[in-house]
Design a protein around this ligand. Structure first.
Ligand SMILES: Nc1nc2c(c(=O)[nH]1)N[C@H]1C(S)=C(S)[C@@H](COP(=O)(O)OP(=O)(O)OC[C@H]3O[C@@H](n4cnc5c(N)ncnc54)[C@H](O)[C@@H]3O)O[C@H]1N2
Ligand code: MOO
Length: 403
Protein backbone atom coordinates (compact mmCIF):
# COMPACT_ATOMS: atom_id res chain seq x y z
CA UNK A 1 0.00 0.00 0.00
CA UNK A 2 1.52 3.34 -0.98
CA UNK A 3 0.92 6.55 1.02
CA UNK A 4 -1.77 9.00 -0.14
CA UNK A 5 0.76 11.77 -0.86
CA UNK A 6 2.87 9.50 -3.06
CA UNK A 7 -0.20 8.24 -4.90
CA UNK A 8 -1.31 11.79 -5.64
CA UNK A 9 2.16 12.76 -6.81
CA UNK A 10 2.37 9.76 -9.14
CA UNK A 11 -1.05 10.54 -10.59
CA UNK A 12 -0.26 14.22 -11.14
CA UNK A 13 3.00 13.34 -12.91
CA UNK A 14 0.84 11.98 -15.72
CA UNK A 15 -1.56 14.95 -15.88
CA UNK A 16 -0.86 18.26 -17.57
CA UNK A 17 -2.73 21.42 -18.54
CA UNK A 18 -4.93 21.08 -21.62
CA UNK A 19 -4.54 23.37 -24.65
CA UNK A 20 -6.12 26.83 -24.72
CA UNK A 21 -9.25 27.74 -26.61
CA UNK A 22 -11.07 30.98 -27.27
CA UNK A 23 -14.55 31.41 -25.76
CA UNK A 24 -17.01 34.25 -25.92
CA UNK A 25 -17.66 36.07 -22.67
CA UNK A 26 -21.09 34.54 -22.20
CA UNK A 27 -19.40 31.12 -21.99
CA UNK A 28 -16.51 32.21 -19.79
CA UNK A 29 -17.79 32.00 -16.21
CA UNK A 30 -16.23 29.05 -14.38
CA UNK A 31 -13.51 28.58 -17.01
CA UNK A 32 -9.85 29.08 -16.13
CA UNK A 33 -8.14 31.99 -17.82
CA UNK A 34 -5.06 31.13 -19.94
CA UNK A 35 -4.00 34.63 -21.07
CA UNK A 36 -4.40 37.97 -19.30
CA UNK A 37 -7.48 40.13 -19.80
CA UNK A 38 -6.01 43.49 -20.89
CA UNK A 39 -8.24 46.55 -21.03
CA UNK A 40 -8.85 47.83 -24.56
CA UNK A 41 -10.49 51.02 -23.25
CA UNK A 42 -10.23 53.23 -20.15
CA UNK A 43 -13.17 53.48 -17.78
CA UNK A 44 -14.49 56.06 -17.71
CA UNK A 45 -12.99 57.19 -21.02
CA UNK A 46 -13.23 60.86 -19.90
CA UNK A 47 -14.13 62.49 -16.57
CA UNK A 48 -17.86 62.03 -15.91
CA UNK A 49 -20.43 63.13 -13.38
CA UNK A 50 -21.35 60.70 -10.62
CA UNK A 51 -24.67 62.51 -9.94
CA UNK A 52 -27.53 64.39 -11.57
CA UNK A 53 -26.93 68.12 -11.06
CA UNK A 54 -24.77 70.93 -12.44
CA UNK A 55 -21.20 70.90 -13.67
CA UNK A 56 -19.43 73.97 -12.26
CA UNK A 57 -16.04 75.50 -11.59
CA UNK A 58 -15.40 74.97 -7.87
CA UNK A 59 -13.83 78.45 -7.70
CA UNK A 60 -17.14 79.97 -8.91
CA UNK A 61 -19.14 78.52 -6.01
CA UNK A 62 -16.53 79.11 -3.28
CA UNK A 63 -18.59 82.04 -2.03
CA UNK A 64 -21.99 80.26 -2.30
CA UNK A 65 -24.85 80.93 -2.16
CA UNK A 66 -24.27 82.17 -5.68
CA UNK A 67 -26.21 82.33 -8.96
CA UNK A 68 -24.75 80.92 -12.19
CA UNK A 69 -25.90 81.08 -15.77
CA UNK A 70 -26.89 77.68 -17.23
CA UNK A 71 -24.97 77.32 -20.49
CA UNK A 72 -26.35 73.98 -21.66
CA UNK A 73 -27.40 70.43 -20.94
CA UNK A 74 -25.43 67.17 -21.19
CA UNK A 75 -27.00 63.72 -20.88
CA UNK A 76 -25.03 60.46 -20.61
CA UNK A 77 -23.82 59.52 -24.09
CA UNK A 78 -23.66 63.14 -25.29
CA UNK A 79 -20.61 65.32 -25.75
CA UNK A 80 -20.41 69.07 -25.13
CA UNK A 81 -18.00 70.95 -27.30
CA UNK A 82 -17.93 74.39 -25.64
CA UNK A 83 -15.71 75.18 -22.67
CA UNK A 84 -17.44 76.17 -19.45
CA UNK A 85 -16.71 79.81 -18.83
CA UNK A 86 -16.48 81.59 -15.45
CA UNK A 87 -19.86 82.25 -13.82
CA UNK A 88 -21.51 79.44 -15.81
CA UNK A 89 -22.89 75.99 -15.02
CA UNK A 90 -24.06 73.15 -17.25
CA UNK A 91 -27.01 70.91 -16.43
CA UNK A 92 -25.54 67.39 -16.25
CA UNK A 93 -26.70 63.84 -15.56
CA UNK A 94 -25.10 60.75 -14.03
CA UNK A 95 -22.52 59.23 -16.40
CA UNK A 96 -22.34 62.30 -18.68
CA UNK A 97 -18.93 63.71 -19.59
CA UNK A 98 -17.89 66.95 -17.89
CA UNK A 99 -17.48 69.93 -20.19
CA UNK A 100 -13.96 71.31 -20.46
CA UNK A 101 -13.39 73.87 -17.70
CA UNK A 102 -15.74 72.21 -15.19
CA UNK A 103 -14.10 70.59 -12.18
CA UNK A 104 -16.94 69.80 -9.77
CA UNK A 105 -20.59 68.74 -9.61
CA UNK A 106 -23.29 70.32 -7.48
CA UNK A 107 -26.11 67.81 -6.98
CA UNK A 108 -29.51 69.11 -8.00
CA UNK A 109 -30.91 68.79 -4.46
CA UNK A 110 -28.46 71.54 -3.43
CA UNK A 111 -29.66 73.99 -6.09
CA UNK A 112 -32.72 76.03 -6.98
CA UNK A 113 -33.88 77.34 -10.34
CA UNK A 114 -33.38 81.10 -10.36
CA UNK A 115 -35.29 82.25 -13.42
CA UNK A 116 -34.67 81.61 -17.13
CA UNK A 117 -31.40 79.67 -17.54
CA UNK A 118 -30.16 80.56 -14.09
CA UNK A 119 -29.43 78.36 -11.10
CA UNK A 120 -28.79 79.16 -7.46
CA UNK A 121 -26.03 77.04 -5.88
CA UNK A 122 -26.57 76.98 -2.14
CA UNK A 123 -23.24 75.71 -0.83
CA UNK A 124 -19.62 75.62 -1.94
CA UNK A 125 -18.19 72.30 -3.22
CA UNK A 126 -14.53 71.28 -3.43
CA UNK A 127 -12.74 70.57 -6.72
CA UNK A 128 -13.45 67.05 -7.94
CA UNK A 129 -16.71 66.78 -6.00
CA UNK A 130 -18.81 63.95 -7.53
CA UNK A 131 -16.45 63.78 -10.49
CA UNK A 132 -15.23 60.37 -11.68
CA UNK A 133 -11.86 61.17 -13.24
CA UNK A 134 -10.82 59.58 -16.54
CA UNK A 135 -9.58 56.01 -15.98
CA UNK A 136 -10.82 55.93 -12.36
CA UNK A 137 -11.79 52.26 -12.70
CA UNK A 138 -9.02 51.20 -15.12
CA UNK A 139 -6.83 52.55 -17.89
CA UNK A 140 -6.45 51.05 -21.36
CA UNK A 141 -3.62 48.51 -21.13
CA UNK A 142 -4.30 47.60 -17.48
CA UNK A 143 -4.46 43.88 -16.67
CA UNK A 144 -7.90 43.08 -15.30
CA UNK A 145 -7.61 39.34 -14.68
CA UNK A 146 -4.43 37.28 -14.60
CA UNK A 147 -4.01 33.78 -16.04
CA UNK A 148 -4.66 30.76 -13.83
CA UNK A 149 -7.80 32.19 -12.26
CA UNK A 150 -11.19 30.54 -12.45
CA UNK A 151 -13.44 33.25 -13.82
CA UNK A 152 -16.18 34.51 -11.53
CA UNK A 153 -19.23 36.52 -12.53
CA UNK A 154 -17.28 39.60 -11.37
CA UNK A 155 -14.37 38.77 -13.67
CA UNK A 156 -16.76 38.39 -16.61
CA UNK A 157 -18.22 41.80 -15.79
CA UNK A 158 -14.74 43.36 -15.70
CA UNK A 159 -13.70 41.76 -19.01
CA UNK A 160 -16.90 43.09 -20.59
CA UNK A 161 -16.21 46.60 -19.27
CA UNK A 162 -12.66 46.32 -20.64
CA UNK A 163 -14.20 45.60 -24.05
CA UNK A 164 -12.65 42.13 -24.28
CA UNK A 165 -15.45 39.97 -25.69
CA UNK A 166 -13.36 36.79 -26.24
CA UNK A 167 -11.16 35.12 -23.66
CA UNK A 168 -8.38 32.54 -23.90
CA UNK A 169 -9.21 29.76 -21.44
CA UNK A 170 -8.01 26.21 -20.92
CA UNK A 171 -10.10 23.58 -22.63
CA UNK A 172 -12.56 21.80 -20.32
CA UNK A 173 -11.34 18.33 -19.35
CA UNK A 174 -13.43 15.58 -20.93
CA UNK A 175 -13.69 12.83 -18.37
CA UNK A 176 -15.26 9.48 -19.17
CA UNK A 177 -17.03 7.76 -16.28
CA UNK A 178 -17.79 4.04 -16.20
CA UNK A 179 -19.60 2.35 -13.33
CA UNK A 180 -19.31 -1.42 -13.03
CA UNK A 181 -21.18 -4.28 -11.39
CA UNK A 182 -24.00 -6.70 -12.09
CA UNK A 183 -25.68 -5.55 -8.90
CA UNK A 184 -26.23 -1.92 -9.85
CA UNK A 185 -28.91 -0.38 -12.07
CA UNK A 186 -29.35 3.14 -13.39
CA UNK A 187 -31.28 5.54 -11.14
CA UNK A 188 -34.93 5.34 -12.16
CA UNK A 189 -34.70 1.68 -13.23
CA UNK A 190 -36.37 -0.99 -11.09
CA UNK A 191 -33.68 -2.90 -9.17
CA UNK A 192 -33.93 -6.72 -9.22
CA UNK A 193 -34.21 -8.63 -5.92
CA UNK A 194 -30.41 -8.56 -5.33
CA UNK A 195 -29.71 -5.23 -6.95
CA UNK A 196 -29.18 -1.65 -5.75
CA UNK A 197 -29.31 1.68 -7.51
CA UNK A 198 -26.04 3.08 -8.86
CA UNK A 199 -25.15 6.34 -7.19
CA UNK A 200 -21.49 6.47 -8.16
CA UNK A 201 -21.73 7.12 -11.89
CA UNK A 202 -23.98 10.13 -11.53
CA UNK A 203 -22.14 11.36 -8.44
CA UNK A 204 -18.85 11.33 -10.34
CA UNK A 205 -20.38 13.04 -13.38
CA UNK A 206 -21.84 15.71 -11.20
CA UNK A 207 -18.53 16.14 -9.32
CA UNK A 208 -16.67 16.50 -12.63
CA UNK A 209 -19.11 19.11 -13.92
CA UNK A 210 -18.96 21.01 -10.62
CA UNK A 211 -15.14 21.08 -10.92
CA UNK A 212 -15.32 22.56 -14.41
CA UNK A 213 -15.04 19.40 -16.52
CA UNK A 214 -17.31 17.76 -19.05
CA UNK A 215 -18.47 14.30 -17.96
CA UNK A 216 -19.04 11.55 -20.52
CA UNK A 217 -21.21 8.98 -18.79
CA UNK A 218 -20.41 5.56 -20.28
CA UNK A 219 -23.09 3.81 -18.19
CA UNK A 220 -22.73 0.61 -16.19
CA UNK A 221 -20.58 -2.29 -17.36
CA UNK A 222 -21.59 -5.75 -16.16
CA UNK A 223 -19.09 -8.01 -14.42
CA UNK A 224 -17.84 -9.78 -17.52
CA UNK A 225 -14.58 -8.98 -19.20
CA UNK A 226 -15.86 -8.83 -22.76
CA UNK A 227 -18.63 -6.33 -22.04
CA UNK A 228 -16.34 -4.32 -19.76
CA UNK A 229 -13.65 -4.00 -22.46
CA UNK A 230 -16.19 -3.07 -25.03
CA UNK A 231 -17.88 -0.41 -22.91
CA UNK A 232 -14.63 1.08 -21.63
CA UNK A 233 -13.44 1.61 -25.18
CA UNK A 234 -15.93 4.51 -25.23
CA UNK A 235 -13.32 6.43 -23.25
CA UNK A 236 -11.03 6.69 -26.28
CA UNK A 237 -10.28 10.36 -26.91
CA UNK A 238 -11.17 11.44 -23.36
CA UNK A 239 -8.60 13.32 -21.28
CA UNK A 240 -9.15 11.02 -18.31
CA UNK A 241 -11.11 7.86 -17.54
CA UNK A 242 -12.64 7.22 -14.13
CA UNK A 243 -14.12 3.85 -13.24
CA UNK A 244 -15.92 2.93 -10.06
CA UNK A 245 -16.25 -0.54 -8.58
CA UNK A 246 -14.51 -3.79 -9.41
CA UNK A 247 -11.18 -2.53 -8.09
CA UNK A 248 -10.77 -4.94 -5.21
CA UNK A 249 -9.70 -8.59 -4.93
CA UNK A 250 -12.95 -10.54 -5.51
CA UNK A 251 -13.23 -12.80 -8.56
CA UNK A 252 -15.84 -10.46 -10.03
CA UNK A 253 -13.56 -7.44 -9.60
CA UNK A 254 -12.27 -7.10 -13.16
CA UNK A 255 -10.76 -3.65 -13.32
CA UNK A 256 -7.25 -4.71 -12.33
CA UNK A 257 -7.11 -8.04 -14.15
CA UNK A 258 -9.67 -7.94 -16.97
CA UNK A 259 -8.76 -4.90 -19.06
CA UNK A 260 -6.75 -5.71 -22.20
CA UNK A 261 -5.21 -2.27 -22.72
CA UNK A 262 -4.45 -1.36 -19.11
CA UNK A 263 -0.90 -0.46 -18.13
CA UNK A 264 -1.05 -0.20 -14.36
CA UNK A 265 1.06 2.32 -12.48
CA UNK A 266 -0.07 1.39 -8.97
CA UNK A 267 -2.88 -0.31 -7.10
CA UNK A 268 -3.78 -0.11 -3.40
CA UNK A 269 -3.09 2.82 -1.19
CA UNK A 270 -2.88 3.40 2.55
CA UNK A 271 -6.20 5.24 2.75
CA UNK A 272 -9.58 4.65 4.36
CA UNK A 273 -11.91 4.72 2.60
CA UNK A 274 -10.26 4.13 -0.77
CA UNK A 275 -7.76 1.31 -0.30
CA UNK A 276 -8.18 -0.46 -3.66
CA UNK A 277 -7.61 2.70 -5.72
CA UNK A 278 -5.86 2.00 -9.01
CA UNK A 279 -4.04 4.32 -11.39
CA UNK A 280 -2.71 3.55 -14.83
CA UNK A 281 -3.22 4.18 -18.48
CA UNK A 282 -5.82 2.60 -20.72
CA UNK A 283 -4.33 2.94 -24.18
CA UNK A 284 -3.49 6.64 -24.31
CA UNK A 285 -5.93 7.71 -21.60
CA UNK A 286 -4.89 8.11 -17.94
CA UNK A 287 -7.22 6.01 -15.83
CA UNK A 288 -8.27 6.35 -12.22
CA UNK A 289 -9.97 3.20 -10.91
CA UNK A 290 -12.01 4.17 -7.85
CA UNK A 291 -13.41 1.66 -5.34
CA UNK A 292 -17.10 0.84 -5.61
CA UNK A 293 -18.21 1.79 -2.13
CA UNK A 294 -20.01 5.09 -2.67
CA UNK A 295 -18.23 7.01 0.10
CA UNK A 296 -14.86 5.66 -1.06
CA UNK A 297 -15.63 6.83 -4.59
CA UNK A 298 -16.48 10.37 -3.52
CA UNK A 299 -13.68 10.77 -0.97
CA UNK A 300 -11.21 9.56 -3.62
CA UNK A 301 -12.77 12.00 -6.08
CA UNK A 302 -12.06 14.82 -3.64
CA UNK A 303 -8.50 13.74 -2.89
CA UNK A 304 -7.36 12.57 -6.35
CA UNK A 305 -9.81 13.50 -9.10
CA UNK A 306 -10.21 17.15 -8.10
CA UNK A 307 -6.44 17.88 -8.29
CA UNK A 308 -6.36 16.20 -11.74
CA UNK A 309 -9.22 18.37 -12.96
CA UNK A 310 -7.56 21.48 -11.51
CA UNK A 311 -4.27 20.72 -13.20
CA UNK A 312 -5.87 19.98 -16.58
CA UNK A 313 -7.58 23.36 -16.37
CA UNK A 314 -4.34 25.19 -15.62
CA UNK A 315 -5.06 25.80 -11.94
CA UNK A 316 -2.06 25.57 -9.70
CA UNK A 317 -3.94 24.83 -6.45
CA UNK A 318 -4.75 21.12 -6.44
CA UNK A 319 -3.88 20.46 -2.84
CA UNK A 320 -6.78 20.25 -0.42
CA UNK A 321 -6.87 23.05 2.12
CA UNK A 322 -6.66 21.59 5.62
CA UNK A 323 -7.92 23.37 8.70
CA UNK A 324 -7.87 22.44 12.38
CA UNK A 325 -10.72 21.80 14.77
CA UNK A 326 -10.94 20.42 18.31
CA UNK A 327 -12.51 17.03 18.88
CA UNK A 328 -15.84 16.89 20.72
CA UNK A 329 -15.19 13.21 21.53
CA UNK A 330 -11.98 11.17 21.66
CA UNK A 331 -10.84 8.79 18.88
CA UNK A 332 -9.02 5.49 19.21
CA UNK A 333 -5.58 4.91 17.68
CA UNK A 334 -5.47 4.84 13.88
CA UNK A 335 -4.03 1.91 11.91
CA UNK A 336 -1.67 2.16 8.91
CA UNK A 337 -4.21 3.78 6.54
CA UNK A 338 -4.71 7.55 6.35
CA UNK A 339 -8.27 8.00 7.54
CA UNK A 340 -10.92 10.39 6.18
CA UNK A 341 -13.69 10.26 8.80
CA UNK A 342 -17.12 11.68 8.10
CA UNK A 343 -17.88 14.36 10.71
CA UNK A 344 -19.92 17.35 11.76
CA UNK A 345 -18.44 20.78 12.46
CA UNK A 346 -19.74 22.62 15.53
CA UNK A 347 -18.67 25.56 17.69
CA UNK A 348 -17.75 25.58 21.39
CA UNK A 349 -18.90 28.20 23.90
CA UNK A 350 -16.00 30.51 22.92
CA UNK A 351 -16.85 30.22 19.22
CA UNK A 352 -13.91 27.87 18.46
CA UNK A 353 -14.35 25.28 15.72
CA UNK A 354 -15.02 21.76 17.00
CA UNK A 355 -15.69 18.51 15.18
CA UNK A 356 -17.60 15.35 15.99
CA UNK A 357 -16.95 12.11 14.08
CA UNK A 358 -20.04 10.25 12.85
CA UNK A 359 -20.71 7.19 15.01
CA UNK A 360 -20.55 4.76 12.03
CA UNK A 361 -17.90 5.13 9.39
CA UNK A 362 -19.04 2.42 6.96
CA UNK A 363 -18.04 3.37 3.43
CA UNK A 364 -21.42 2.34 2.04
CA UNK A 365 -23.23 5.09 3.98
CA UNK A 366 -24.05 7.95 1.64
CA UNK A 367 -26.58 9.33 4.13
CA UNK A 368 -23.74 9.99 6.60
CA UNK A 369 -21.57 11.55 3.89
CA UNK A 370 -24.40 13.74 2.69
CA UNK A 371 -25.10 15.04 6.21
CA UNK A 372 -21.43 15.56 7.08
CA UNK A 373 -19.85 18.99 6.90
CA UNK A 374 -16.22 17.88 7.13
CA UNK A 375 -13.81 14.97 6.98
CA UNK A 376 -11.40 14.44 9.87
CA UNK A 377 -8.07 13.52 8.27
CA UNK A 378 -5.89 11.29 10.43
CA UNK A 379 -2.40 10.25 9.36
CA UNK A 380 -1.37 6.60 9.51
CA UNK A 381 -0.71 5.39 13.08
CA UNK A 382 -2.15 8.57 14.61
CA UNK A 383 -2.22 7.86 18.38
CA UNK A 384 -5.48 7.84 20.37
CA UNK A 385 -6.93 11.34 20.70
CA UNK A 386 -8.88 12.89 23.58
CA UNK A 387 -11.79 15.30 23.49
CA UNK A 388 -10.33 18.79 23.04
CA UNK A 389 -7.34 17.63 20.94
CA UNK A 390 -6.77 19.46 17.66
CA UNK A 391 -7.17 17.43 14.47
CA UNK A 392 -6.91 18.23 10.76
CA UNK A 393 -10.14 18.62 8.85
CA UNK A 394 -11.23 19.11 5.27
CA UNK A 395 -14.41 21.08 4.86
CA UNK A 396 -16.97 19.44 2.63
CA UNK A 397 -19.03 22.56 2.03
CA UNK A 398 -16.43 24.49 0.02
CA UNK A 399 -14.34 21.81 -1.65
CA UNK A 400 -16.02 22.10 -5.00
CA UNK A 401 -15.39 25.54 -6.45
CA UNK A 402 -18.01 28.18 -5.67
CA UNK A 403 -20.41 28.78 -8.56
N1 LIG B 1 -11.31 -9.58 0.83
C1 LIG B 1 -11.33 -8.27 0.66
N2 LIG B 1 -12.47 -7.67 0.34
C2 LIG B 1 -12.52 -6.34 0.17
C3 LIG B 1 -11.35 -5.59 0.33
C4 LIG B 1 -10.14 -6.24 0.64
O1 LIG B 1 -9.08 -5.64 0.78
N3 LIG B 1 -10.18 -7.59 0.78
N4 LIG B 1 -11.43 -4.23 0.22
C5 LIG B 1 -12.71 -3.66 0.58
C6 LIG B 1 -12.70 -2.26 0.31
S1 LIG B 1 -11.78 -1.30 1.36
C7 LIG B 1 -13.45 -1.71 -0.64
S2 LIG B 1 -13.48 0.01 -0.80
C8 LIG B 1 -14.28 -2.47 -1.54
C9 LIG B 1 -14.07 -1.97 -2.97
O2 LIG B 1 -14.38 -2.92 -3.85
P1 LIG B 1 -14.55 -2.73 -5.38
O3 LIG B 1 -13.90 -1.50 -5.87
O4 LIG B 1 -14.16 -3.99 -6.01
O5 LIG B 1 -16.09 -2.46 -5.54
P2 LIG B 1 -17.28 -3.48 -5.68
O6 LIG B 1 -16.89 -4.76 -5.03
O7 LIG B 1 -17.65 -3.50 -7.08
O8 LIG B 1 -18.34 -2.76 -4.83
C10 LIG B 1 -18.15 -2.43 -3.48
C11 LIG B 1 -19.48 -1.97 -2.92
O9 LIG B 1 -19.90 -0.82 -3.56
C12 LIG B 1 -21.18 -0.99 -4.17
N5 LIG B 1 -21.19 -0.32 -5.49
C13 LIG B 1 -20.45 -0.65 -6.55
N6 LIG B 1 -20.72 0.18 -7.58
C14 LIG B 1 -21.65 1.02 -7.14
C15 LIG B 1 -22.34 2.10 -7.75
N7 LIG B 1 -22.13 2.45 -9.03
N8 LIG B 1 -23.25 2.79 -7.01
C16 LIG B 1 -23.48 2.44 -5.72
N9 LIG B 1 -22.84 1.42 -5.10
C17 LIG B 1 -21.95 0.72 -5.79
C18 LIG B 1 -21.28 -2.48 -4.36
O10 LIG B 1 -22.60 -2.90 -4.46
C19 LIG B 1 -20.58 -2.99 -3.12
O11 LIG B 1 -21.45 -2.97 -2.01
O12 LIG B 1 -13.96 -3.85 -1.46
C20 LIG B 1 -13.88 -4.32 -0.11
N10 LIG B 1 -13.71 -5.73 -0.15
O1 MOO C 1 -11.30 1.51 1.55
MO1 MOO C 1 -12.79 0.89 1.39
O2 MOO C 1 -12.83 2.22 0.37
O3 MOO C 1 -12.72 1.32 3.09
O4 MOO C 1 -14.34 0.97 1.95
Amino acid sequence: MIPVEEALQRILEKISALPEELVSLDQARGRVLARPVTARVSHPPKAVSAMDGYAVRAADVAGAPVELEVAGHIAAGETFSAELGPGHAVRIFTGAQLPRGADAIVIQEDTEEAGEARVLVRNPVPKGYYVRPEGLDFQAGDIGVSPGKRLSVRDVALAAAMNVPWLHVYRKPRVAVLATGDEVVMPGDAPGPAQIVSSNGLALCSFIEACGGTALNLGIAPDNAEALNSMISGARGADLLVTTGGASVGEHDLIRSGLHDLRMDFWKIAMRPGKPLLFGQLGEVPMLGLPGNPVSTLVCALVFLRPCLDRMQGLSEGKQKMETARLVEGLSENDRRQDYMRALLEHDAEGGLTVRAAPRQDSSMLSTLSHSTALIVRPPHDPARQAGDAVSILRLDNQVYPM
